[in-house]
Design a protein around this ligand. Structure first.
Ligand code: KG4
Ligand code: ZN
Length: 333
């Protein structure tokens, strides 16, 4: 089964061809640069850039896969969550192609896409695992008995982890998007330079709050003059990253003990973070749990993960109607 996946929920325009849900034949990603000078994604500019890039990206993905449009069995696209104008570009394109060629259309939840990225990287992974989904919009711990069945153990209360990375990067003058830049700079800094707050709840829920940590960094930086900031930049980045990662690791371990799962995955853009991978791998090893994560290019937004999720959605008998609309605040159901 050949699936053409399309992703356009935020600032990546991507098209991918995936065979039988596991084999990536191509995965073309265009990361929009236009937002850099604004320090964050400007929705209207994102939509316009998607319109300009979507057809060339699809052409390139098919060419790399050495296939033609008619070889595609299923056209899949993200329908939410995301920016509505941006989502509509990919969604309308996939629907139009499927309709005009008489093929099946599959609307994919972006969060399911992130979860499915691990199926592309680890072919034996199927069900019975816990995932930590950490992206620019979400911080979630989800128990997954099987693809399509989700028990959300912890959710985003305010800023998502990736959002905190981006905002701290902005305060430090590192530019946008900031997660990968903080990751890189932290390698030169002292992790215990400042003890920033860690929001660990004592209750049953494993929800995540990052606005306190973000504000603590902003207040600290505000008190520094330019030279002090320059001298401490790497230490602040490393100390912030350590606090952010500590919370993710601690809550993941609580969730593992609670569910008794023996396999854990991480997904979403922040899953590319080297310190998170390192610390969580060590903690999982202690718990005798196998930790799986995708390569960095499958952590951040891409269309191969959308095609992979579509494969399992179709296997579960859930092709989509051409009436499907974009849903900006779509939840994981
Ligand atoms: O999954 P994603 O590409 O888009 C959303 O669905 O939100 O995640 C993007 C987020 C951004 O906040 C970005 O700064 C963060 O992932 N990110 C990282 C790293 N690479 C990307 N955060 C920390 N360390 C990284 N290496
Ligand atoms: Zn994403």
């Amino acid at each position: 089964m050949i699936i053409l996946g399309i992703e356009s929920s935020c600032d990546e325009t991507s098209a991918a061809v995936v065979r039988d849900g596991r084999e990536i034949l191509s995965n073309r990603i265009h990361s929009q640069q236009i937002h850099q000078k604004f320090g964050g994604v400007v929705p209207e500019l994102a939509s316009r850039e998607h319109i300009r890039k979507i057809i060339p990206i699809i052409d390139a993905a098919l060419e790399e896969a050495k296939l033609e449009l008619n070889d595609v069995d299923i056209f899949a696209a993200t329908f939410g969550p995301g920016l509505v104008g941006a989502l509509l570009v990919g969604l309308s394109t996939a629907k139009s192609l499927a309709y005009s060629l008489g093929k099946t259309f599959c609307a994919v939840n972006h969060l399911e896409g992130h979860i499915a990225a691990n199926f592309l990287a680890h072919h034996k992974l199927k069900d019975n695992f816990l995932t930590l989904l950490v992206s620019g919009g979400h911080t979630m711990l989800i128990d997954i008995p099987e693809f399509g069945k989700y028990n959300v153990l912890g959710n985003t209360l305010d800023d998502a982890a990736g959002e905190a990375f981006d905002k701290v990067a902005k305060v430090l003058g590192l530019g946008y998007p900031g997660g990968a830049r903080i990751d890189k700079l932290s390698k030169e800094g002292k992790r215990d330079f400042i003890k920033f707050p860690r929001a660990i709840s004592s209750g049953e829920r494993l929800d995540f709050s990052y606005s306190g940590l973000k504000t603590a960094v902003a207040i600290y930086v505000k008190k520094l003059n330019r030279d002090e900031l320059e001298a401490q930049k790497a230490d602040i980045a490393a100390s912030f990253q350590e606090a952010a990662v500590d919370v993710l690791v601690q809550k993941s371990i609580i969730a593992l003990r609670k569910t008794g799962r023996k396999t854990m995955t991480i997904s979403g853009g922040v899953a590319a973070n080297s310190r998170l991978r390192e610390k969580l791998a060590a903690a999982c090893k202690k718990e005798n749990v196998e930790l799986l994560f995708p390569p960095p290019e499958l952590c951040t937004d891409n269309a191969a993960m959308i095609a992979a999720a579509a494969f399992y959605t179709i296997q579960n008998g859930n092709a989509s109607s051409f009436e499907t609309n974009a849903i900006p605040y779509q939840k994981l159901t």
